[in-house]
Design a protein around this ligand. Structure first.
Ligand code: ZN
Length: 110
């Protein structure tokens, strides 16, 4: 719920800065690490957006996979099923380089 409110606040602030009357779509980039359940977030967003200029906005979520870089051999790879093992050398010293973000990429307004 806090995440939905946060996204809404960012979208509304951006729309108001641009002088928009209505937000029609909010494009959000969410890392897999955030463990977001899209229908749940969309529902919470809808509730939070009631009586705001985003009340009819569609929430579009783009889920970004978790990525890691091996400190041993430098291999950059997508981490699947939270398996932090380098596919290049089998090393386990992995730096997380992506998949933790959560941001509003852009909004569409009227
Ligand atoms: Zn490696």
């Amino acid at each position: 719920m806090a995440i939905a409110q946060n996204i809404l606040d960012i979208a509304v602030a951006a729309a108001e800065r641009g002088g928009a009357q209505k937000i029609t779509r909010v494009n959000v980039v969410a890392g897999e690490m955030r463990a977001i359940v899209p229908p749940q977030l969309a529902f919470c967003f809808g509730v939070a957006a009631e009586n705001t200029i985003a009340s009819e906005a569609e929430l579009n979520l783009e889920i970004v996979p978790v990525r890691g870089r091996c400190r041993g051999c430098g291999e950059d790879f997508a981490i699947k099923d939270f398996s932090y093992i380098c596919p290049g050398c089998g090393g386990r010293d992995i730096e997380i380089t992506g998949g933790t973000e959560l941001r509003v990429r852009d909004i569409e307004v009227l």
